[in-house]
Write a protein that binds this ligand. Structure first.
Ligand SMILES: CSC[C@H]1O[C@H](OP(=O)(O)O)[C@H](O)[C@@H]1O
Length: 386
């Protein structure tokens, strides 16, 4: 299985997802600033993976400070430590505004800080507690994803009253596998679990322009896992539903509001509208840390707009292939420039996410269970799940 992040002691490395699938290059992340840049530039992406890298880098920075002979001033008191921790986590959170998992990790770290302070611990002891809890954000992700994948697979099998020997065809959008998490994945985890339990017919996935999480990352993951799959262009979802049997759509999430409205990769809303038109169950698969109960509905979810140039670049390998002196396949980055590109968003509209209203979502699957929309209502009992 591919990994988005790998660690060895205090060493943290990420695979540079801008270069996949043609080049596998690991980058060492040594500072908070490097983590921020890697997240903002989308060398690493995927809400859970972003939270894991931020938490691991935060833990490494504290760990280095604790090991330093020249103790920094923020370890002089719990108050100084709290101010330092808050500034680091708030800074990391600014890297990408829509995904909320990092916010949940920040809240978890802050709760630990507060309880350690209330217990009268000194700054050094509190810092050690924070290192431990921050590492759990990543360490616990694999098991969390496996559990939600099992929950989603069982729910879909029951929804279709799947009998022995029958299989489900599932469409997914973007990339929600090991490259978007710390292992196994969310929506792609459901597809993987169905495959591993002999209940998957075929996985379908959209290319997911303009970053191409589908054609560059999900394709790589499904090939690596040897899962039968078919890629479609983003514009082909309606035709697929008209001409192929699709039993479900399973997507990830970056932020889920209290009423179940869900922000996810751009193109998810289109797919949800078409799934409703074709009576295909549409499920969102995400960890509890994606649910933001402070946000009443999807209108309050900040939607990141990426640089217009990113919507004008096609990344890929040269054809016929050319190789550099190290034998690595050369990539091409073709920029097509619409007139007046320099005027940015007037010419290129490039939201990175869209919001799918709850009434188009059949169920929200988490590691704690499945929140099903009640017939005739578009409000999920999320509190029953969170
Ligand atoms: C389990 S990943 C959640 C979410 O993150 C992706 O966005 P991006 O690739 O821009 O980080 C996509 O929306 C996934 O569904």
């Amino acid at each position: 299985m591919l990994t988005s992040i790998r660690t060895e002691g205090e060493k943290i490395e990420i695979v540079n997802q801008l270069l996949l699938p043609h080049t596998t290059e690991y980058l060492e992340i040594n500072t908070i600033e490097e983590a921020h840049e890697a997240i903002k530039s989308m060398k690493i992406r995927g809400a859970p993976a972003i939270a894991s890298l931020a938490a691991l880098t935060f833990a490494a920075s504290l760990s280095k400070a604790l090991a330093s002979l020249d103790r920094p001033s923020f370890l002089s008191s719990p108050e100084a430590l709290e101010k330092h921790v808050t500034s680091i986590l708030d800074y990391l959170y600014t890297a990408r505004p829509t995904a909320v998992n990092l916010g949940a990790a920040t809240r978890r770290i802050s709760r630990t800080l507060q309880s350690s302070k209330d217990a009268g611990k000194d700054a050094v002891t509190i810092a050690r507690d924070l290192v431990a809890v921050a590492r759990l954000v990543s360490d616990e992700d694999y098991a969390r994803n496996k559990k939600m994948s099992e929950n989603g697979s069982l729910w879909l099998s029951a929804f279709h009253n799947l009998q022995a020997g029958e299989h489900l065809n599932v469409l997914t959008v973007c990339n929600t596998g090991s490259l978007a998490t710390s292992g196994y994945g969310t929506a792609l985890g459901v597809i993987t679990y169905l495959h591993e339990t002999q209940r998957l017919g075929r996985a379908y996935f959209t290319q997911t322009a303009p970053y191409h999480q589908g054609s560059r990352l999900t394709a790589l993951e499904l090939q690596t896992l040897q899962i039968p799959s078919t890629m479609i262009c983003d514009t082909m979802v309606g035709s697929l539903f008209q001409h192929r049997t699709i039993h479900a759509v399973a997507v990830g999430a970056d932020r889920i509001a209290q009423n179940g409205d869900t922000a996810n990769k751009i193109g998810t809303y289109n797919t949800a509208v078409l799934a409703a038109r074709h009576n295909i169950p549409f499920i969102v698969v995400a960890p509890i840390s994606t649910v933001d109960l402070d946000i009443k509905d999807g209108s309050q979810i900040p939607i990141e707009h990426r640089p217009s140039t990113e919507a004008c670049v096609v990344r890929g390998a040269l054809y016929p292939p050319r190789f550099d002196s190290d034998g690595r396949r050369e990539l091409a980055q073709v920029m097509f420039t619409p007139p007046g590109l320099d005027s940015d968003e007037e010419n290129v509209y490039n939201p990175s996410f869209d919001v799918t209203p709850a009434e188009l979502i059949t169920a929200i699957v988490t590691e704690k269970g499945v929140a099903v929309r009640r017939e005739g209502e578009n409000v999920f009992d999320l509190c029953g799940v969170v």
